[in-house]
Design a protein around this ligand. Sequence first.
Ligand SMILES: [Zn+2]
Ligand SMILES: [Zn+2]
Length: 301
Amino acid sequence: MLGEAKYLKKERLVELVKGEELLGFHAPTTGGIDKAPGRLKELNCSTGQIFSKNNRQWKARDFYENEISDFQKAADKLDGPIVVHSSYLINLGNPDDEKWKKSVRALIIEIERVDCLSLKDLVLHPGLHVGSGEEAGMKQIIEGLNQALEETAGLDARVSLEVTAGQGSSLGYRFEQLRELKEGVDKPERISYCLDSCHMFSAGYDLSSEKAYEQTMQEVENVLGIEDVKAIHLNDSLNECGSKVDRHADIGEGQIGAEGFRCLMNDKRWGKTPKILETPVEESWRESYGKNLERLRSLKV
Ligand SMILES: [Zn+2]
Ligand SMILES: [Zn+2]
């Protein structure tokens, strides 16, 4: 009897791990980028996200000696990919020429760092038009992407345009805008997409019931396609649907609620897409992410 119980437990574990193949979180890189994959593994994750440099500074430090090779060795032990999130300072929509150029240069360095680490997708917030208007902003962003992709021609790293909440003058809060950016560049094959449940919801794409979830994902499928979405950020939203305010909340504690995440976790369309938590970190990332991972895992059927 005892043997049988053990066997059942083991079976169920295998099944869960299978279903969880591509679940992760934004891993801290304190002490070096090479420390991140181990931290993901520690919480039984197979994918994740990192910053490759300080995300609130323009300057990028050099990698430490062996940091790249140590990172690659550690990342190889994960079953899924690691994506890199670019600096929050980059704004390809900036109408100020000097600031725009600075952003393009920073993006080029970020793309090169992704390539250095043998990674593929660099998540980027498309940009803000800062008063120049949406049309002018979209043009600036396309021009900036073109320059950065041209300067890094030969590398196969992709820029993964992230859907935004539409806060302030930020662009990319409609799926159509993201598609317009991809279709507008000379090398669309080097552009992918990144979804974020909090941003979509704040932007007005409801996810809080099964029906609303299905409607939103139908739009994703029709406008962006499933294949080009290379990561999904899993965050609940502190503010209501359509609020255009980007404030992340713990899973199940925001306005999206557990039902939306149950749909996401069990949606076969996203079976091969990295799902990455960016929920608030209190004192300890282990505790904060651990709690949210546990909630997501409990929603798996
Ligand atoms: Zn982001
Ligand atoms: Zn956000």
